[in-house]
Design a protein around this ligand. Structure first.
Ligand SMILES: *Cc1c(COP(=O)(O)O)cnc(C)c1O
Length: 430
């Protein structure tokens, strides 16, 4: 194997570190968890991403989830070109916003109304504000390892970035904020029941990743989401499904359609922006009626619902609405699953593979992963060697054991075969 050259990426990283904290605009991009320097990307097309040194990789990061159609999808690119010529933001309502909202509501019938924002962080932060306004209560229950963006009060035991860097509670978050956040182990029904029975009068909402993508890929145990739904309903607690990652991923209708659970509020992001910055939150009409200017709970955004983001979102959803799209993605995801599991077995290395729709994770572990503490037992040394070996062989994975991988519509069977071969060769030498 000829080692790939990364000299331009290295040079850019040195330069970046002088101008940008840690050289990156979002921490996990920096490769701290796996060692080495991040690749600087020049372009991407379909299932492939190209770095500054001209190397090409089959990409399973997909901008951390959004690029479900593959990079630079012709339909999205051509719609964006046309939209750009008409002006990129007006700060006034457009038909495009109505179209995207109507499409989202149709696919996510748990929501009667939806508000567009610019990121997943904004969506969860705003949803919680509305839930507090609706219930007149302050406390929030979240689960260990679930990441809901970087708003104060949600940065408590918050998944990959925090896990990777070992700072679950970030400096700069006032104690008084964190005090309103109750953290419980994921998949632990008795712990949830105990807490809700005791504190329900103070609890505004439960926010949850219905499949936890921010400590790899942790699936809900049978009955867990149902219990979360039942106890919140019983006590007038707003149930918020944070589907920023799982939306359009686990299925077209997200995890809520897949598991058949109806939350009171839903947060979306990633895929609905089609690669542009978008988030959205919505829910039942009596809850969303509180949102300004219909109601008193304030939330605003200069670029919210801008025509470029709406266009990318609409075109992405249209493409995903075509018949057979999810079946074909399922087929390819299952192929990858089988191949990776088989490669690890053949190489004689213990792993656990979890998948929900087109998101997945291989843990280097001998034992089940069902929450934050079991995920943390994974062998991060082995993962780092796996990551580096895969990168050398032209496969781009997220640079942390505690991140999900993603499949796109652009990944071919040939891509998948190449990935499985690379995985076997890598794991064998791990
Ligand atoms: C990515 C993510 C967020 C944050 O979204 P940003 O657009 O990065 O602010 C929130 N919740 C979940 C579940 C996510 O995966």
């Amino acid at each position: 194997m000829v080692m790939k050259k990364h000299s331009l990426s290295k040079k850019l990283f040195l330069q970046a570190k002088k101008a940008i904290p840690g050289g990156v605009n979002s921490p996990v991009r920096a490769f701290r968890a796996v060692g080495g320097n991040p690749l600087f990307i020049k372009k991407a097309k379909g299932s492939r991403i190209y770095d500054a040194d001209g190397n090409s990789y089959i990409d399973y990061v997909l901008s951390w989830g959004p690029m479900i159609l593959g990079h630079a999808h012709p339909r999205v690119v051509s719609a964006l070109k046309k939209a750009t010529e008409k002006g990129t933001s007006y700060g006034a309502p457009t038909a495009l916003e109505v179209e995207l909202a109507e499409r989202v509501l149709k696919i996510y019938p748990s929501m009667d109304k939806v508000r567009m924002v610019n990121s997943g962080t904004e969506a969860t932060m705003s949803a919680i504000r509305v839930a507090r306004g609706f219930t007149g209560r302050d406390k929030v229950i979240k689960f260990e390892g679930c990441y809901h963006g970087h708003a104060d009060g949600l940065l408590v035991k918050a998944g990959s970035g925090a896990t990777t860097f070992g700072v679950p509670d970030s400096p700069g978050v006032p104690k008084s904020y964190a005090q309103n956040t109750i953290t419980l182990p994921y998949n632990d029904i008795p712990a949830l029941r105990r807490m809700v029975e005791k504190e329900w009068k103070k609890i505004a909402c439960v926010i949850i990743e219905p499949v936890v993508g921010n400590i790899g890929c942790v699936l809900p145990k049978p009955g867990f989401l149902e219990t979360v739904r039942n106890v919140t309903r019983k006590h007038g607690i707003v149930l918020i499904f944070d589907e920023v990652m799982t939306g359009f991923r686990v299925s077209f209708g997200g995890a809520q359609a897949y598991y058949g659970i109806t939350p009171d509020m839903t947060c979306l992001g990633k895929v609905i922006g089609g690669g542009l910055p978008v988030g959205a939150y919505g829910g039942r009409k009596e809850i969303m009626a509180l949102v300004s200017p219909e109601g008193p709970v304030y939330q605003a955004g200069t670029l919210s619902g801008n025509p470029l983001a709406m266009t990318a979102g609409i075109e992405t959803i249209k493409e995903l609405s075509r018949p057979g799209v999810y079946q074909s993605m399922e087929k390819r995801s299952a192929m990858l699953e089988e191949g990776l599991k088989e490669a690890a077995t053949r190489a004689g290395v213990k792993t656990r593979f979890y998948r929900a729709g087109s998101m997945f994770c291989t843990y280097f572990i001998d034992g089940d992963v069902h929450d934050y503490s079991t995920a943390k037992k994974a062998d991060v040394g082995k993962f780092s060697r796996f990551f580096s070996g895969m990168l050398e062989r032209g496969i781009n994975l997220a640079p942390s054991q505690f991140e999900a991988g993603f499949m796109s519509l652009a990944h071919t069977e040939k891509d998948i075969d190449a990935t499985i071969d690379a995985a076997y060769e890598t794991i064998k030498k791990i």
